[in-house]
Design a protein around this ligand. Structure first.
Ligand SMILES: Nc1ncnc2c1ncn2[C@@H]1O[C@H](COP(=O)(O)OP(=O)(O)OP(=O)(O)O)[C@@H](O)[C@H]1O
Ligand SMILES: NC(=O)c1ccc[n+]([C@@H]2O[C@H](COP(=O)(O)O)[C@@H](O)[C@H]2O)c1
Length: 172
């Protein structure tokens, strides 16, 4: 039995993340999705709470055969102990997945196997592109699973990101 760990901020969970989960499913029996920066929300870069991101992930993967667990991981001031912090919050895992250079470095230094994945349609499947479209009224819905559209509707996420974006630009 192999269990993987996939870390990301998932702000929001988009079709690139879902494709990555499908790719990882070829390697592992179970997957932990670590919701990074779990303590952050209500900003343009991190608009959604950890709870909202858990809903997005759980509902998007409901039809998947893979056993998945979504675990919130708060940020720490000290990179040197971040991997231990991750391990203290997550079910045990055998291999980690990320394309983030700092994350890759920290897992390598801790002696944990880390695998990268190909980028899927990265020209548009990027969190910052989805958030920009949410703010400007573009087509963001086609970039995310249907379940994410429903969670954003249910939680008033669109009004929220537009409001925090407005207050950011008023401060600048
Ligand atoms: N289109 C994609 N295809 C494959 N992997 C992706 C894609 N987009 C993001 N990832 C990977 O998923 C992980 C989590 O990414 P993250 O939550 O930061 O999303 P992001 O799209 O890079 O968002 P942001 O623009 O907010 O930084 C990272 O390792 C990232 O490289
Ligand atoms: N010291 C720390 O708290 C620390 C170090 C490395 C990564 N992280 C987090 O891991 C996540 C990585 O996800 P992304 O690949 O989406 O950037 C982010 O939430 C990031 O803040 C935190």
């Amino acid at each position: 039995m192999t269990r993987g760990f996939y870390i990301g901020r998932f702000q929001p969970f988009h079709n690139g993340h879902r494709s990555m989960v499908e790719k990882i499913a070829e390697d592992v029996d179970e997957l932990v999705l670590g919701i990074g920066s779990a303590d952050d929300s209500h900003t343009v870069r991190n608009p959604f709470t950890a709870g909202e991101r858990i809903m997005m992930i759980t509902k998007s993967l409901v039809d998947s055969d893979l056993v998945t667990y979504a675990v919130p991981i708060e940020d720490l001031e000290r990179n040197s102990v971040w991997v231990s912090h991750v391990q203290s919050m997550s079910p045990d895992f055998d291999v980690a997945y990320s394309n983030n250079p700092l994350v890759i470095q920290l897992f390598r230094e801790a002696g944990i196997e880390i695998r990268q994945s190909p980028m899927f349609n990265r020209e548009v499947l990027e969190g910052s592109e989805v958030r920009e479209r949410m703010i400007t009224g573009g087509d963001w819905e086609s970039l995310v699973p249907e379940a994410v559209v429903e969670v954003v509707d249910e939680t008033g996420g669109l009004e929220r990101i537009q409001m925090v974006s407005d207050s950011d630009s008023n401060e600048n």
